[in-house]
Design a protein around this ligand. Sequence first.
Ligand SMILES: O=C(O)CCC(=O)C(=O)O
Length: 225
Amino acid sequence: MALLSRALPVAPGITLWPAALAPEAQAVLLRDMLERLEQAPFYRPTMPRTGKAFSVEQSNFGALGWISDQAGYRYEPCHPVTGLPWPAIPPLLLTLWDEAVGSHAKPECCLVNLYRPGARMGLHQDRDEAALDAPVLSLSLGDDALFRIGGTTRRGASQSLRLKSGDLLAFGGPARLAFHGVDRIISAGSSRLIPGGGRLNLTLRRVTPAQEQPGGAKKDARPGG
Ligand SMILES: O=C(O)CCC(=O)C(=O)O
């Protein structure tokens, strides 16, 4: 697997690896994910307070899943509809994490966003994690997306990146709290990967702080980690 050979610096703390995952590897990952998603089907989250439904559907892999409902944004160990624990994170994603951000402890959450045509995600910060020292790593599969990322203030300058299937993006350090979102999906057949069309985004995050190891590596603080 030709992983992470071409890193493009986008801005301080933001790195893009175009075509990090070749089409065959994308198809293998998708098959693995679809099996796991049978245990954790997509559902449509709602906004805190207003209860308005998201335009994306979501699920999670990992010990902790990110959810949103009228009680707020938070991490939970179980699916809000089935009550079952989230399936484990696919090993290929853990390999990508190790290659891209290896010195950090493993991610505990892989949020899976499904964008059918017309879905989008407003500008926001990822700030529900106690481990803000670890970057966020995000893989795109399926149709192209116009992804927007700026600075740490909502109204500051931002740039638009066209993310394609197989692209990997990391933002951490000075960009860990960068505002970002998805303006739109280019759904005119930019990819045929996803059954039914659209885009999948896999966002890996470390949620709880890791223990510092001699030599600077970060180790999982959870039992068995
Ligand atoms: O779909 C994407 O590329 C971004 C997803 C995202 O920003 C999030 O889940 O917080």
